[in-house]
Design a protein around this ligand. Structure first.
Ligand code: FES
Length: 98
């Protein structure tokens, strides 16, 4: 089971392999905006994946196109709803709360 570390709070949560980072964060009772409910349409779940990037799912076209429209995107940017956890631990930085 991968451990997901959420920055800036530093909270560690145990997450299941194969779930999205959005599902893992919300399932742990942590806040993260998700206006389109995980359809890669709103961009509000934008996060930075700081560690463990090789373990998570690769960016698909729809996510890539949405990221292109968001201000402040960098090489570590992902949409939490489209990023599926693998077997390794991951550290993310959450940028928006609700
Ligand atoms: S929840 Fe809308 S893009 Fe992820």
């Amino acid at each position: 089971m991968p451990v997901l570390t959420i920055m800036p709070s530093g909270k560690n949560i145990e997450a299941a392999e194969g779930v999205s980072i959005l599902q893992a964060i919300l399932g742990a009772g942590e806040p993260l905006l998700h206006k389109c409910d995980g359809k890669a349409e709103c961009g509000s779940c934008h996060i930075f994946v700081l560690e463990g990037r090789k373990s998570v799912s690769k960016i698909q076209r729809q996510e890539n196109e949405k990221l292109d429209t968001i201000v402040g995107v960098g090489s570590k940017s992902r949409l939490a709803c489209q990023t599926i956890l693998g077997s390794e631990n991951v550290t993310v930085e959450v940028l928006s709360f609700n």
